[in-house]
Design a protein around this ligand. Structure first.
Ligand code: GAP
Length: 519
């Protein structure tokens, strides 16, 4: 195949071939905007979620972050109150040719054709810009119809007969607002505290694209941090992250040519009133650490301050974590985390529409509506960016493509090989494999097919950091070789210490070269 293919094409080809990502309903021609994670990809996704839970939820003590797992179908009233029924819309324009009829997101189409930023303009203004610039259907060059507005929620009906209208949730966040009071009472929680959730969300995206960037069913990891507004600059753990340097693309920085990134510590960003408060800066700092550890180079991401026309009226500040994908000249920027200071909007609105008192008592004995700081992560988009950034081209240091996944998210940690299929090596290798998988709990694969070189290549292709080989020396002295994916070097270690050494290597507590005898 031609090496001119984009990184995206190459990544999607390996993903399909090696069990990372499959199109849903592929045998029926696929289903746009929905993907399945395959046997290898499911572990990558699971490791990413577990790392997130560990770093953002389970290790948070003061303030605590409680985990929920809520319903995915919500009644009309909830989404009316949240504003989704009336405002969760995109402008859509379709081709007027009866043979084509393709639909496009009008703002994206205009931005692609003119470079003009048009988010927030109404349908009349968008139609005018299309006419003035003579923008035509990119598929067949026919004239485009007028722009209309399209609600992005997936509606359904529940109950027998005519049923009642309900929606697949467009974000996990609403559950955290709906369960705010129950969580506070059941956990005897006082402000500040957070509620987190990992789960599916659904949006009827107009033009889902290749890969996992714009899906109709996707997974979110969200936290709603509930805070007394009088204490927004008293985040108890702020000292731990205050010196983390953030890469900020401010509104002024966006106007410059080329755009200018501001490198500033979390501490200074609050002191200089660039970010709205310490709770907000705390999450931006933690996201910086998290994504760097997930294998995204720090200079490939930045937090962009949303422009006024992109920012909801109730917001006290919206900054998206955006990642630049390695696409050569056509580099693409993707939002993977939305950070929003939502103030009292959500609880206030649900209190008004439901008639329920959602206020909470502060330390001073005052009843208030809590303010909310929300970091909202996309699992699929994060996975996609990790895939593209960890992808290594064939021909640089080896004759095959490979993924340099950090150990913490690598889908398979270790592969076990008998050098030959004779003299008791397969039996010995299988024993070790069973011990590693069953007793020690490693994600392991046993492989005895083909030459060792080909087996290493297969392991590299799915980003497996370590491969063990059982050879004649193993049969004599109970030692095995470990091959390191990144350096392609090998060491020999005694079987009695194998589990411990592997664990230390995977947790990056020891260096590979120091973990055993060089081979
Ligand atoms: N509760 C706030 C909220 O949902 P958002 O910016 O609409 O904010 C948050 O979404 C994150 O969810 C995005 O940064 C992205 O990672 C992910 N996301 C949103 N729409 C998506 C889609 N159609 N396909 C894949 N991921 C999506």
């Amino acid at each position: 195949m031609s090496e001119k293919r984009s990184t995206l094409d190459k990544v999607m080809e390996v993903s399909l071939r090696r069990g990372l990502v499959f199109p849903t309903a592929e045998i029926y021609g696929g289903f746009a905007g929905v993907y399945d994670f395959g046997p290898v990809g499911s572990f990558l996704r699971e490791n990413l979620i577990n790392f997130w839970l560990q770093y953002f939820v389970k290790t948070e003590i003061d303030p605590p972050v409680y985990l929920l797992s809520g319903g995915t179908v919500l009644p009309f009233e909830v989404l009316k109150a949240s504003g989704h029924v009336d405002h969760f819309v995109d402008p859509i324009v379709s081709c007027s040719s009866p043979e084509c009829k393709t639909e496009f997101r009008a703002d994206h189409l205009i931005e692609d054709a003119t470079g003009q930023f048009v988010e927030g303009l109404d349908e009349q203004e968008l139609t005018r810009i299309i006419r003035e610039n003579n923008i035509r259907c990119p598929n067949c060059d026919s004239e485009l119809a007028d722009v209309t507005i399209f609600n992005l929620m997936l509606a359904t009906k529940v109950g027998a007969g005519k049923g009642t209208v309900a929606y697949m949730r467009p974000e996990t966040a609403q559950i955290m607002f709906l369960d705010f009071k129950r969580t506070a009472i059941s956990m005897r929680a006082k402000l500040p505290f957070g509620i987190a959730q990992v789960g599916s969300s659904y949006r009827n995206e107009i033009s889902p694209r290749k890969g996992l960037i714009r899906l109709r069913e996707f997974e979110q990891m969200e936290i709603e941090m509930f805070v007394d507004p009088a204490t927004l600059n008293e985040q108890p753990n702020f000292d731990e992250i205050k010196n983390v340097k953030l890469r900020l693309l401010t509104r002024e920085g966006q106007e410059k040519e080329p755009q200018e990134i501001l490198e500033i510590t979390a501490d200074e960003s609050v002191k200089q009133n660039i970010l709205p408060n310490q709770y907000f800066a705390y999450y931006l700092a933690k996201e910086t650490v998290f994504y760097t550890r997930c294998g995204i180079p720090r200079d490939k991401f930045r937090f962009r301050h949303m422009k006024p026309e992109e920012t909801p009226h109730y917001s006290g500040g919206n900054w998206d974590l955006e990642i630049e994908l390695p696409r050569g000249e056509n580099s693409q920027i993707v939002e993977i985390v939305g950070n929003a200071y939502r103030q009292a909007y959500d609880l206030g609105n649900h209190a008004k529409h439901s008639g329920e008192d959602l206020s909470i008592e502060t330390e001073n004995g005052e009843n208030i509506i809590a303010h909310v700081v929300e970091p909202s992560f996309g699992v699929d988009r994060s996975t996609h960016c990790i895939l593209e950034h960890c992808f290594r081209e064939k021909g640089v240091d080896r004759d095959w493509t490979w993924f340099q996944f950090p150990n913490v998210i690598a889908p398979i940690s270790v592969q076990v090989y008998p050098l030959m299929r004779k003299d008791g090596m397969p039996e010995k290798a299988r024993d070790i494999y069973v011990k590693l998988k069953k007793d020690a709990g490693f994600n392991a694969i046993y492989d005895q097919a083909g030459s060792i070189g080909r087996r290493y290549a297969r392991a590299d292709e799915i980003g497996c950091p370590y491969c063990l080989t059982i050879d004649y020396t193993t049969l004599e002295d109970d030692s095995v070789t470990i091959r390191d994916r990144d350096s392609m070097k090998q060491i020999r270690v005694p079987l009695s210490k194998l589990v411990d050494i592997l664990r230390q290597l995977l947790e990056e507590n020891i260096k590979f070269a120091e973990a055993g005898q060089p081979v």
